[in-house]
Design a protein around this ligand. Structure first.
Ligand SMILES: Nc1nc2c(c(=O)[nH]1)N[C@H]1C(S)=C(S)[C@@H](COP(=O)(O)OP(=O)(O)OC[C@H]3O[C@@H](n4cnc5c(N)ncnc54)[C@H](O)[C@@H]3O)O[C@H]1N2
Ligand code: MOO
Ligand SMILES: [Mg+2]
Length: 424
């Protein structure tokens, strides 16, 4: 297996991470657009600008349960109280036909439209009520200020204001805006469909009993979760054994069917590392097959008919990091997300514990972020080897250790990449 390519196998030119990311992003354009009902748009990326069809609030709104009055009436109180005749009652959703003039008031509820003529609302607690021969009176005990407890028209939004920009992710605040303005259908970017398959003759499915020398396939399901988080739609395909012809036909078929294809395993130099050979010698154009990073130095990417193939390492730690650095930005670009938000956010932090491993490549070390005395501190995971799976779930950042640091002492200022959900 693979012997005819052996001489080629070791000649790999390592790209720096930013250069490899640029190569990927240059291959990708924002994807197709579809129209969906707004109420189903949670976490979708909007593909149009929405402008306000009306001001908000659209009417002068009472901020309190109380009385709508003319403020100036309350300025000259003889014995500390001014009595006004109550001429109407305005529950929410109704519009008074009365005009409030000096000496009169309307009982009003929070959220109701303030009647014409009134320029203040006095809260119930600052009033007294009295009934005389079927006529209601309200006594105002505190002088009112014009505009008090009234939200003016357009306080939040003026007609024509931009409500949402294209490339914006829909969440609770955006859904609130869409509902408020009656925007019941929106254009969003279609979710890229991403085919996943793991390679390796050692792989068992999640339901299989453990067998000697074998392991259960965890990368496929980790990747499916990562694809969802990135905004894509994963399609899980059965893992395939280390058979280059089988892998070739599966990859080529998947590349015709899906927007992106992600594989794991078989990208290093081992005898059964078929993905490396397939990309190098297959019908696709290789973008890179080595990146100056750890884990994931053998991360490989290729393009065929404008569709990208990411052949990630089989080691779970490397697979995880390779996805975040290369596949996630590609998915986000297809989704029309703003250029400056394609990559995960970076912070500066202090190293909470020394990191002693030295390497020629930049390391992306799993870690946890804590804020101590107002300082962001990053603690490297105790187990951060590429082959280690279990600390992925505990990490909130990737600590970047450049090779020139030759390890890093506690307290060193480091850049950290925030993992998705780190702030959740
Ligand atoms: N002679 C050399 N050997 C290795 C080198 C090297 O430069 N020279 N690089 C090492 C590095 S670094 C990495 S990373 C790995 C990359 O391995 P592959 O991408 O070829 O992946 P496999 O060989 O298929 O598997 C590696 C490891 O991961 C496990 N694995 C694979 N698939 C899954 C899965 N779906 N779920 C969970 N675990 C999986 C597999 O069983 C192996 O243990 O190569 C080093 N070797
Ligand atoms: O290719 Mo690796 O660097 O152990 O993940
Ligand atoms: Mg291998």
């Amino acid at each position: 297996m693979g012997t005819k390519y052996d001489t080629e196998k070791f000649k790999r030119k390592a790209l720096q991470v930013p250069a490899a990311q640029e190569l990927i992003l240059n291959q990708v354009t924002s994807g197709e657009i579809e129209t969906i009902v707004s109420v189903d748009s949670h976490e979708r990326i909007i593909a149009e600008a929405i402008t306000a069809p009306h001001p908000y609030p659209a009417f002068r709104r009472s901020g309190m349960d109380g009385y709508a009055i003319v403020a100036i009436d309350t300025l000259n109180t003889d014995d500390g109280i001014v009595w006004l005749k109550v001429i109407d009652e305005v529950p929410c959703g109704t519009v008074s036909s009365k005009i409030i003039s000096s000496g009169t008031a309307a009982r009003i509820m929070t959220g109701a439209q303030v009647p014409e003529g009134a320029d203040a609302v006095v809260m119930l607690e600052a009033t007294e009520q009295r009934n005389e021969n079927g006529v209601s009176w309200v006594g105002i005990k505190v002088p009112a200020r014009s505009g008090q407890n009234i939200t003016p028209v357009g306080f939040e939004i003026t007609e024509g204001d931009t409500l949402l920009r294209s490339g914006h992710k829909i969440g609770p605040g955006e859904l609130s805006v869409l509902a408020t303005f009656g925007v019941h259908q929106i254009q969003v970017y279609r979710k890229p469909v991403v085919g996943i398959f793991s390679t390796g003759s050692e792989l068992l499915d999640i339901t299989d009993p453990l067998e000697p020398g074998k392991i259960r396939n965890s990368n496929t399901y980790m990747l499916a979760s990562q694809i969802r988080e990135a905004g894509g739609e994963p399609v899980v395909m059965e893992a395939i054994p280390d058979d280059i012809e089988l892998a070739r036909s599966k990859v080529e078929e998947a590349l015709q069917r899906y927007d992106l294809v992600v594989t794991t395993g078989g990208v290093s130099v081992g005898d059964y590392d078929i993905m490396g050979d397939l990309v190098r010698c297959g019908s696709m154009d290789m973008l890179f097959n080595k990146v100056a990073m750890r884990p994931g130095s053998v991360t490989t990417a290729a393009v065929k008919d404008r569709r990208l193939l990411f052949a990630l390492s089989g080691n779970p730690g490397a697979c995880y990091v390779g996805f975040l650095l290369f596949v996630r930005p590609a998915i986000r670009k297809i989704l029309g997300i703003d250029k400056d938000q394609l990559l995960l956010p970076r912070w500066t932090a202090e190293l909470g514990r020394a990191y002693t491993k030295v390497n020629n490549f930049t390391r992306f070390v799993r870690g946890t972020l804590k804020v101590t005395d107002g300082k962001v501190v990053a603690y490297p995971a105790q187990l951060d080897e590429s082959s280690v799976m279990v600390t992925i779930k505990d990490s909130s950042c990737l600590i970047i250790i450049p090779p020139e640091l030759k390890g890093a002492a506690e307290g060193t200022k480091v850049d950290v990449i925030l993992l998705p959900g780190a702030l959740a």
